[in-house]
Design a protein around this ligand. Structure first.
Ligand SMILES: [Zn+2]
Length: 433
């Protein structure tokens, strides 16, 4: 049921948690709709903890009884704990009475695995629901998907030794390409050269004697890396959002290519119907007619002009590969720009302008004026941001009041995004309670 401040969901929240339990996110086929009150409460708790029931109710605009009903079974199950906290100054009315009780996640029992499949490097990590990293390992991504997935399985199995005594609840995978509607397969990852790979099917981790391929195996959710980064940035911002809900924004992840993560109507948007899992592929929209060839088979795609990788080609210009030497990589170009080299500075300004042209198109088309740029490109923000803003300002998007483009994680939220996919899947499936 859609939740607004005018019609708080006061009934059925505990039942809703119960009703969602059997799905356990093994097959993430649920269409993305408005989140239930319980899911929104759990997300807000995780982002703002420790936090009182009253504060949760106030920020989300729901009744205290909704909060109580949601957390009662979770406290009984030991997933959420209560603790006494010193009353804050704003909470003066309670200062002389009983100490306030705040809720937080108890992260002593469970853990999550994140797998970020990158074009050059992949990272595997284990973490608690509160973000404490228990183990992490990076390796070069094998080019064959079968080899890559065997490597992931062996690394996760080895790292699991460092999480003894805890239960692996969910595996989140981020990949540089669109996924299928069930979020188990990557449909096409052009920079990896992977075509329709069943990632979830290969990442089988049993728990307590569970058999792979059955409902009792650890659930796996596969997400496009830009959407995973959007989940990560949304979580970071949720703790500060007075409304207590995810605010709409567009995340532009620029590294080897460009991918977009969309948060629309307070939820991550993945596309609908046959296009589920395909939303956000703006990196392959044509920005220069008959332009540079792209790995996707088209010419003149946005990512050929505004990704971190495209900067190398722009820097070299039309000259053939600097007398046989490889073109400098993005971070090297940034270092040269910092040192005052004009060619490097002009290159970054040009990338910023192309990035701004594409961002203006996205803002104009979606009507979402808030943009976060994430990925390697952020390292050159000092040189990129002004021409970027100039390009947006002179477009129709520039007339929207309050548009903003801000830098996010330079790492592109790689492992953090993958772990966020796992935790978000756990929360939306009812925490296994
Ligand atoms: Zn393309």
């Amino acid at each position: 049921m859609p939740l607004t401040k005018d019609s708080p969901a006061t009934v059925g929240v505990a039942e809703e948690v119960e009703a969602r339990r059997p799905q356990a996110a093994t097959h993430a086929t649920e269409a993305a709709g408005p989140a239930s009150a319980s899911v929104m409460l759990l997300r807000l708790l995780r982002a703002a903890q420790p936090v009182s029931r009253a504060e949760l109710a106030r920020r989300l605009g729901v009744n205290r009884s909704t909060v109580t009903d949601t957390f009662k079974p979770l406290i009984a199950a030991g997933v959420v704990r209560e603790e006494a906290v010193q009353p804050s100054r704003q909470d003066g009315a309670r200062a002389l009475g009983r100490p306030a009780v705040a809720l937080s996640f108890d992260d002593g029992q469970d853990y999550f695995a994140g797998v970020n499949v990158g074009v050059r490097h992949s990272t595997v990590g284990l973490a608690t629901i509160n973000g404490e990293v228990l183990a992490e390992e990076e390796f070069d991504t094998p080019s064959e998907p079968g080899d890559a997935l065997r490597r992931v399985v062996s690394v996760v199995e080895r790292l699991r030794g460092r999480a003894r005594g805890r239960k692996l609840r969910m595996v989140g995978v981020s990949v540089p390409g669109p996924t299928d509607a069930t979020r188990r397969r990557v449909v096409y990852a052009p920079h990896l050269g992977w075509d329709d790979v069943d990632l979830a099917g290969a990442l089988c981790f049993g728990e307590d004697g569970a058999e792979c391929g059955t409902e009792s195996a650890v659930p796996v959710a596969v997400e496009n890396d830009a959407t995973a980064a959007a989940l990560y940035e949304a979580h970071l911002r949720l703790g500060r959002a007075e409304s207590g809900r995810l605010e709409d924004f567009v995340l532009v992840r620029s590294g080897t290519g460009i991918g977009l993560g969309l948060v629309l109507g307070g939820e991550v948007y993945r596309g609908g119907g046959l296009g589920a899992g395909h939303a956000g592929e703006f990196g392959h929209m044509t920005i220069v007619a008959g332009g540079k060839p792209c790995v996707c088979g088209n010419r003149g795609c946005w990512e050929r002009y505004a990704s971190a990788s495209s900067a190398s080609a722009l820097y070299v210009g039309d000259r053939v590969q600097l007398g046989g030497q490889a073109a400098p990589r993005f971070v090297e170009i940034v270092a040269r720009a910092e040192a005052g080299e004009l060619r490097a500075q002009r290159t970054l300004e040009r990338v910023g302008e192309y990035l701004g042209i594409g961002i203006a198109n996205v803002i104009t088309g979606l009507g979402v004026p808030r943009v976060i740029v994430s990925g390697r490109l952020v390292y050159g923000w000092k040189f990129i941001s002004e021409p970027l803003r100039g390009a947006v300002a002179q477009s129709m998007a520039g007339r929207l009041s309050g548009w903003s483009v801000e830098p996010g994680e330079a790492s592109g939220a790689g492992l953090g995004g993958a772990l966020e996919v796992a935790v978000e899947g756990f929360i939306t499936s009812g925490l296994g309670v």
